[in-house]
Design a protein around this ligand. Sequence first.
Ligand SMILES: Nc1nc2c(c(=O)[nH]1)N[C@H]1C(S)=C(S)[C@@H](COP(=O)(O)OP(=O)(O)OC[C@H]3O[C@@H](n4cnc5c(=O)[nH]c(N)nc54)[C@H](O)[C@@H]3O)O[C@H]1N2
Ligand SMILES: Nc1nc2c(c(=O)[nH]1)N[C@H]1C(S)=C(S)[C@@H](COP(=O)(O)OP(=O)(O)OC[C@H]3O[C@@H](n4cnc5c(=O)[nH]c(N)nc54)[C@H](O)[C@@H]3O)O[C@H]1N2
Ligand SMILES: [Mo]
Length: 757
Amino acid sequence: MKKIPVYPHAAAGWPSLAKTFDTLRDKGCLITGSKTLMRLNQPNYGVKCTSCAWPDEADYKPIDFCENGAKATAFEATSKRVTADFFAEHTVTELSQMSDYELDQLGRLTQPMKYDRLTDKYVPVDWQTAYAEIASFLQGIAPDQAAFYTSGKVSNEAAFLYQLMVKSYGTNNLPDCSNMCHEPTSLGLAEQIGIGKATVIMSDYEHTDLIMSFGHNPGTNHPRSLTQIRKAKQNGAHYIAINPIKEPSLMEYRHPQSPAEMLGLGHTEIANDFVQLKVGGDTAFIAGVIKAFLEQGTPDLAFIEEHTSGFDELKTYIDSLSWAQVVGASGVSAEQMRHVAQVYDEKKACIAAWGMGITQHETGVDNVQMIINLLLLKGNIGRPGAGCLPVRGHSNVQGNRTMGIHEKPNADISKAMSSLYGLKLPTDDGMDVTGTLQAMQSGDLKFFMGFAGNFAKATPDWQHTIANMKKLDMTVMVSISLNRSHLAHGKQAYILPAITRTEADEQLSGRQSVSSEDSMCNITPSTGNNTPASKDLMSEPAIIGRLAQALLPDSPVPWEEWVADYDQIRDVIATSVPGHERYNERMRNGRGFYLGNSARDRLWHTDTHKARFMVPELSLAPEVFEQPDILRLTTLRAHGQFNTTIYDEDDRYRGIKAERDVIFMNPEEIEERGLKVDQRVDITAHYMNSDSSDSDSEAGMDRRKITAFKIKPLDLPKGNIAAYYPEANVLVPINHHAFRANTPAYKSIPVKITLSV
Ligand SMILES: Nc1nc2c(c(=O)[nH]1)N[C@H]1C(S)=C(S)[C@@H](COP(=O)(O)OP(=O)(O)OC[C@H]3O[C@@H](n4cnc5c(=O)[nH]c(N)nc54)[C@H](O)[C@@H]3O)O[C@H]1N2
Ligand SMILES: Nc1nc2c(c(=O)[nH]1)N[C@H]1C(S)=C(S)[C@@H](COP(=O)(O)OP(=O)(O)OC[C@H]3O[C@@H](n4cnc5c(=O)[nH]c(N)nc54)[C@H](O)[C@@H]3O)O[C@H]1N2
Ligand SMILES: [Mo]
């Protein structure tokens, strides 16, 4: 067996702390940054960290941030600026030559800009002119020719305004980052338990005795969750990690607030069992565990009888599968599945948590629904210490959905807007991310607005997305920093720069607070107090409120009053969105409130009025991956990035320093294929025959291929390789997505590799 390099330390600990201060120093914000960090995730006029959606503990700690939260804070608090002078010095063509990492290092945007075709430069524009020109363009096209994207960082208040503006304009074309993230979760859970959100709350970690963790990487992507995991472990809980990659933070952890652990006197062991399955093998693995459990374990028949439907169908399906099938498709031995089934049987209360390793597959919905099937077998939903926990990505991605950012109309909001303002909001479904990409491709779309985020780079097949965005008539981006989406501009283009959650938001009625919803349905207020990066920035509610006034001059909605006082926005949300009653009053306690979750109360708002066992719809083993020269590529986040924003090019836990163009491969497989570590290979997508041939030849691009990526050894199963997102997104055709949920299958990409010449 070849030796696989392993990270020699427990996750977090000193290296993490040291990195925090280096980051603040590098960004020139040691003082502002440090002050901000002390306010992160704190009650009473604190700020919810933007780095992930992990909730705060009930007994707040005086310091509660992680290394990656510090990087996100430094990214906002940086002293670097992208000024009008900077834009005057560089054409967009020149800027396009810069790497994403270089763009991210430039710092904060400072004033609204507009693209000038004659000079190929962004030039200053005043806010009112920008609103008027955008509005006048939109008034001249059919609303369905426009798409309005949102990324999950914007506040509830801004999101509510945005969706109302878009729907009042006449379309439900509201694609969002959720479409690329937890859509299979939202869809799958809604069908099964009647609500698309986590039933787990923080205190469940104190009562649980089994945590099953599927396809997420806590040490990098939600490090604060390690605190709860550590507590549960100390209380004797068992932890099973299900992941093709032996991520160090799933194995052991050194808590920054434990002096003993920081002095190297011990660490917390995390995974008791590590299930190293094939990429895409989750449904087969869980099917095997259920098979073993039904043979040897004790289902909660009283719960199944009273609370569920579909048990017999699931049983028939499981009986129809052979052990060879589930072992073959998952890459996990029958013995290990039996062991997991036995642990599951013995432990009273089980939490199942999951991330992108579950959702970003063609089988995304099946994967989610199999997890819920497993939980339902023992009534593990709606009692202390048990439940489902989709770990959300962006800090307010869940709140954005609750506020009506969705390509499907929200009945509660439509009804409330009709009775409050007499508005008739559109009733047809709009376009999601995949639909938007297809409409760009076919030329049906004329206008694209990005409310935060980086659509050009986060989406599949980004070379084509960029070429397609350049064909649009108008693009508008509300952003805090320069990214690829500003360079993939339409014929007319605007950059509208915003203040962030950590900055003071002063409006007519005084200092404003905003709020967000975390992964466990808690609403938390944030009150920024840093000086905004530039005096010419606007808050996100102000940008949307003013654009709405220009776009909808006859609108009965009091946009300007809402901008002046966000309490008024929340008063309207309180009457339109269930769970937000007395919104302002309950935010004023400085901590926020819990929205509740019907499934946690065992109220099942489903078709059968019961929790539903569901049978997978797709094959356990897609044929394409059976071909010998096809490898299954999964895409990952490195420790130094937040989605498309690259903070630094290191991935400490996976042993990578200062590079990102790498592919990870099993060391034995490297040898068997006659390859060598650090050798360079080209990776080509297997699917070539999508409908994007025209823009291929127009843009003169090599089709879905990345070149000269360095081979690195990593502990993952043979036949599976991994590379970083967004670099590898070139390889994902837009039609390769989750069945029914349309989430790009970023984690099951059929590819071939060849030596680079
Ligand atoms: N610092 C930081 N924090 C973040 C982000 C960030 O980029 N940086 N992004 C935010 C966002 S938007 C999100 S959605 C979350 C994402 O958080 P995660 O869900 O943790 O995201 P990923 O890095 O994409 O990796 C998921 C894990 O899935 C595993 N995996 C890959 N394929 C499979 C599979 O087929 N089955 C199983 N079981 N596992 C698999 C990978 O090995 C990896 O450990 O994090 C959020 N928080
Ligand atoms: N291959 C592959 N592709 C993926 C994924 C994957 O795992 N693999 N993950 C997918 C997932 S889970 C997601 S969520 C998407 C993410 O897709 P997005 O959410 O669109 O991407 P981000 O990189 O988070 O967006 C970063 C940009 O947002 C802007 N920004 C940051 N903070 C603020 C703010 O407070 N206000 C405003 N207005 N702008 C701000 C900055 O200018 C920054 O450049 O990517 C998806 N793409
Ligand atoms: Mo995400």
